[in-house]
Structures are given as C-alpha cells and as structure tokens.
Design a protein around this ligand. Sequence first.
Ligand code: DX5
Ligand code: ZN
Length: 227
Amino acid sequence: MIDMPSSKDILIAPSLLSADFACLGEEVRKLEAGRADWLHFDVMDGRFVPNLSVGVPVLKSLRRVTALPIDVHLMIVEPDSLLGAFAKAGADTLTVQVEACTHLHRTLQNIHALGCRAGVSLNPHTPVDCLDYVGDLVDFVLVMTVNPGFGGQSYIDACTKKIAEIRRRMPDVCIEVDGGIKADTVERASAAGANIFVSGSGVFSQPDYGAAIKELRRLAAQARRVP
Ligand code: DX5
Ligand code: ZN
C-alpha cells in the first residue's frame, strides 16, 4: 500500500484523460520528467457518466511503464464488481463516487482489503454529510469541481466552499480536487484546503508539462502560504 501524504503536502496529479492515448507511454515519461506526483486515471462506463474512457487492460499496460502511484478514479455504477480487477492491474488508489455506492462502508473496507488506498468522490451537488460515518475508512476525499464525464470543463466555483467545509470537519484528511484545475483556479481550491490537485487540460494543453506542473505547485503553495 502506498504511503499517503500529509494534508499539508501538495501533490499534482495530471489526468491522463487529456493525454494522447496513441503514445501513452511517452506521455507518462514526460510527466515523470516533469515531476508529477500521482497519475490520475479516469474510468468511465457510459452509465454513471455520459462518456466512456479506459479500463483494466490500459491500466495493466501503464503499470508496466511507471513506478508513480496510479490514482484510479472510478466513475462507474456498481464499482464493487471491478475493484479486484483494478487492484490486480496495478491501482494504488481506488476512488469511488459516493453516489454510486449503496453500501459505501463495505466498499471502502473492500478497497483496503485489496491493498489500495480508498478515496471517496463527491459530485458537485453532493453534500458533505455523506462522509459523516465513514471518516475512519477514508484515505482521501475527492471533491469534483465539474460534473464528471469530460475533460476541459470549467471549474464550478460553488464547490470551493465545500472544500473548506470538508477541511473544517476533517482537518487531517487529504482533499483531492478534480475538474477545471489550472493556473487561474488552483489557488482558490488550495486556499480552501485542497492538497492534491488533478489537472487534465491544464497540463496537457501546455507545451511543457513540467513547467505546467511546477506552476500549479507554486500557485497552490503560495495560496496556502506553504514554503
Ligand atoms: C472528469 C475527470 C477529470 C478530468 C479533468 O470527469 O474526472 O479527471 O480529466 O480534466 P480537466 O482538468 O481538463 O477538467
Ligand atoms: Zn478524475
């Protein structure tokens, strides 16, 4: 199981959804050279979200070419049936959408039993109360700042106060933020208390991935006054 960072650490996790899948290995090599912390791997099923992306075979191939933690974001219905396959293929974290989990407590236990870190993701409309009775099983909370399903959407500013509310209730938990994170939005998410920053188009639209990652890290640190 990977070590979780402290909630004071800042991590940048580029979302591979915006990568060029025809040369994924090369894209990952550039992200490694650019000092990405985690690789964010978006799984979409055409049911929980109105889009399809990648799944177990791609994860298995990716696992062979990188030692970076692979952060698997499951935007799928009935995730329990696939947790084992994703863990076996090399996932380090497994994040489920709370809206897709009837028995969230059991699902989080299952993720830990598979040797993975457990994330819980909240859609923009989902209140934070859903975390009240599972806090001890949550390694990190993922706050969606777009409606999941597509890269390149605009940050929903109403979610900023949800980040702050989770930080207030759970001072030590890692808070990951996902959706529309780029140079002009990362600071407000960081100031509210997020510490793991997913960025798809914010990294891959730039010519130099390393420079984009460095700038996101700098802006996030500055907003939190972390040296
Ligand atoms: C959206 C995905 C995100 C997406 C982020 O449903 O969960 O991880 O790739 O892309 P950007 O950073 O472009 O909003
Ligand atoms: Zn994601």
